[in-house]
Design a protein around this ligand. Structure first.
Ligand code: LLP
Length: 425
């Protein structure tokens, strides 16, 4: 459910005509809907309602900032009570700048540097999710040097096939993530013994765009057994981080993925009797449907075998189709009721710069505006300046108002960040 809708044949974001934004800001441009963000966060949080810790704390919904780190997006969620799951010093700085209180920030990631650990501990974040024994030693050293105690959760690698795209699967034994299950008890004991660390719990994240709850169910069962085993061995376990990963519908012709309510029911069932504070790290689920990428048709080019619709967005603006073969629904902002079979491509000089192959889309011609739907997650944030294209701008809509929340990068600004080596001038 999102707040993009047709009004008299024109695509609106809430109360705002997307064509008006395109006219004012130019294209390509990402547009996000506040009402959709609010709805998704609220639905997700409500699906976990009542699952309180022994101390009465509700689950911490730590929004995975990587999905869409735009300051206004994070600030919108922060005002609703969201926490943040961050994976770099940059994301930590963003979360703080967007108003997420440190006590709602979790630091995940497989390769935190000591400088990043220090930044997180200095900020006083809620928890560091640790992914290896060596990282425990490093974090202990950093915490001790700072004279603070680091709240630590161990990320397990449950050895579960999340049944998603190989590039975004993270819970298999040969993935780089987490600590193998059989090493967790010893690692937990190590965390207990090292100075400057306070082990608070365990967690897992097995992958993204999960469309089947079974792998999550298996993972939660493993986490539950670990909670019991660790406690039986005398180790305190106060928190369990269930990770993110819930998939969203990208295609109307495929079965809908499980809903937040389905997920909530699973969590309720699986975590019964754990007596912990639950944490979740949803990203895509919160922002995916809340964003579209608006682009303009540069030209329609008949080829020998197929018709190419060349648009002004490219793989550098929305990488997912090129990188994962991901599907984004493409529609005209003002469809004329006709259709065409087209291969939709960007202007970048690679054949991989393809958004859709031989797809039936709304009939479009040069100058028409189109939208790539469901582009709020892993869209703008994965953009690059390849082909020296300026970073794509972002707009946030709220009811009948909208704001440019990241302006289009100026080419001059791009050039100004570089220098010609002194011997070349
Ligand atoms: N927690 C951790 C530790 C993660 O690595 C991720 C995503 C999340 C939470 C959030 O997962 P979500 O709820 O969004 O599925 N660029 C890819 C997705 C990469 C996901 C990486 N990790 C894409 O465009 O599909």
């Amino acid at each position: 459910m999102d707040h993009f809708s047709d009004r008299a044949g024109r695509l609106f974001a809430e109360e705002v005509d997307l064509a008006a934004i395109a006219a004012a800001v130019g294209t390509p441009v990402y547009v996000y809907s506040t009402a959709t963000l609010v709805r998704h966060f609220t639905v997700f949080r409500d699906a976990l309602a009542g699952l309180v810790s022994p101390a009465g704390e509700a689950p911490l919904v730590a929004y995975a900032v990587k999905a869409n780190p735009n300051l206004s997006v994070v600030a919108t969620l922060a005002r609703l009570g969201a926490g943040a799951d961050v994976v770099s010093a940059g994301e930590l700085a963003r979360a703080l700048a967007a108003g997420v209180p440190p006590e709602r920030i979790v630091f995940s990631g497989v390769g935190k540097t000591r400088a990043e650990m220090a930044a997180a501990l200095t900020a006083g974040i809620y928890q560091v999710n640790v992914e290896g024994e060596a990282e425990l030693h490093a974090l202990s050293a950093v915490a001790t040097a700072l004279g603070v105690e680091a709240p630590v959760a161990l990320r397990i690698n449950p050895g579960v096939d999340a049944k998603t795209h190989a590039k975004i699967s993270t819970g298999l034994a040969d993935n780089k993530f987490g600590i193998p299950l059989d090493r967790i008890p010893a690692a937990y004991a190590l965390a207990t013994s090292l100075p400057g660390l306070r082990p608070v719990g365990i967690g897992a994240h097995i992958g993204s765009q999960l469309t089947d709850l079974a792998p999550l169910e298996a993972t939660f069962a493993t986490l539950g057994e670990l909670v019991r085993d660790l406690r039986a061995a005398g180790m305190p376990v106060e928190r369990v981080d269930l990770g993110g990963g819930l998939g969203i519908p990208y295609r109307s012709d495929q079965p809908a993925p499980p809903t937040p309510a389905d997920y909530g029911a699973l969590v309720r069932r699986a975590t019964e009797g754990w007596n912990v504070r639950l944490l979740c790290e949803p990203g895509r689920m919160i922002v995916g449907n809340a964003g579209v990428l608006v682009s303009r048709v540069v030209t329609v080019k008949p080829g020998d075998a197929r018709t190419f619709v060349v648009v002004d967005a490219a793989m550098n603006d929305l990488l997912r189709p090129s990188l994962y073969g991901a599907w984004h629904h493409i529609r005209a902002l003002s469809p004329d009721s006709g259709t065409m079979v087209a291969t939709v491509v960007g202007p970048v000089c690679e054949t991989g710069d393809t958004f859709a192959e031989d797809r039936t889309i709304d009939r479009v011609s040069e100058g028409d505006l189109i939208a790539f739907m469901t582009a709020g997650a892993y869209g703008a944030t994965m953009a690059s300046t390849y082909n020296s294209r300026p970073l794509v701008p972002e707009v946030l809509v709220d009811g009948d108002r909208w704001a440019l929340v990241r302006p289009r990068e100026e080419i001059d600004a791009q050039l100004a960040r570089e220098a010609v080596a002194p011997w070349l001038t």
